[in-house]
Design a protein around this ligand. Structure first.
Ligand SMILES: Nc1ncnc2c1ncn2[C@@H]1O[C@H](COP(=O)(O)OP(=O)(O)OP(=O)(O)O)[C@@H](O)[C@H]1O
Ligand SMILES: Cc1cn([C@H]2C[C@H](O)[C@@H](COP(=O)(O)O)O2)c(=O)[nH]c1=O
Length: 261
């Protein structure tokens, strides 16, 4: 007998992240992409835009990282694994705060998510060894995926790292050190390598090959398509029997097909 799987799509909104180097244009291009789009997705602001005095656990953790990294733009305080776990906790906190919006069907866009954590922390764990960093970045993503579901869609904006550096410096009226510029160039390589490991989740827009209009159009189309046929979102640490964090459906409920039942 053949059992036909029938899985009604979950009513939740898609969880989308924008990733890439400082100054690469994640915010600029996403805002362009969203112009005239309705209903508007909820934008989860970039770390640097978060107020230092804002109450709440997520911002308190970020404040602790900022203080420990004494002004380093990549929040490097010298203990990369501890920092990785705190960054993952912040990203978990971000997810907790947007769950009601996701559950209501609204798309949510994270300005940076756990891919940045994987890339930046892996580079710190293996200075000067990009191969080892790539392996650790993949492993760190696996660890992050036990804290919280990964985004449904990750848009990597990439470019010549020197162009991103130039924009970040102009915007922030600062000068990155040579070491920081090298860190950014390595992060660029690692982001691009990480994106090849999961072609279903990642979409890459390379500003070396498309103009800003085309880039915004691509991003808009990806965001519009991200809500199609979404599965339920379950707590990774609860295992295959967990109910959906958004619609509450348990595997096997309402005639849903569960591969694990
Ligand atoms: N195509 C463009 N034309 C003009 N200005 C641009 C363009 N792309 C980006 N910028 C400007 O470059 C700067 C960096 O872009 P943006 O803030 O979007 O980068 P980001 O990837 O969000 O960076 P970060 O992660 O550091 O916050 C901004 O001042 C932005 O307005
Ligand atoms: C999430 C996250 C961020 N960072 C670094 C990367 C940037 O230099 C700053 C803030 O960036 P934003 O674009 O303003 O969000 O934080 C990091 O090193 N690790 C992370 O996980």
């Amino acid at each position: 007998m053949t059992i036909t799987a029938h899985r009604p799509a979950c009513t939740r909104g898609p969880l989308i992240s924008a990733e890439g180097l400082n100054g690469v244009g994640k915010t600029y291009l996403t805002n362009r992409a969203l112009e005239g789009l309705g209903p508007k997705p909820l934008m989860l602001g970039a770390f640097s835009q978060r107020a230092t005095r804002h109450p709440g656990l997520g911002d308190a953790l970020l404040r602790a990282l900022r203080e420990a990294s004494v002004g380093d733009p990549f929040l490097r305080g010298g203990t990369p694994m501890t920092e990785a776990l705190i960054l993952m906790a912040i990203k978990r906190h971000d997810l907790d705060t947007v769950l009601p919006e996701l559950a209501s069907g609204r798309p949510v866009i994270e300005g940076r998510s756990v891919d940045t954590t994987a890339v930046c922390q892996a580079l710190q764990l293996h200075p000067g060894d990009l191969d080892a960093a790539r392996q650790s970045a993949v492993a760190l993503l696996g660890l992050a995926a036990t804290y919280r579901p990964l985004p449904d869609l990750t848009i990597l904006v990439t470019d010549d790292p020197s162009k991103a550096l130039e924009r970040a410096q102009r915007r922030d009226r600062c000068a990155f050190t040579t070491e920081q510029a090298t860190f950014m160039a390595e992060a660029c390589t690692l982001f691009e390598q990480l994106a090849t490991t999961d072609p279903v989740r990642y979409r890459v827009v390379d500003r070396r090959h498309v103009n800003e209009y085309e880039a915004a159009q691509q991003i808009r189309a990806w965001i519009e398509g991200a809500g199609d046929d979404l599965g339920c979102l379950s707590e990774p640490w609860q295992g295959p029997g967990a109910a959906c964090m958004c619609c509450g459906t348990e595997p096997g409920m309402n005639g849903r097909y569960s591969p694990n039942s």
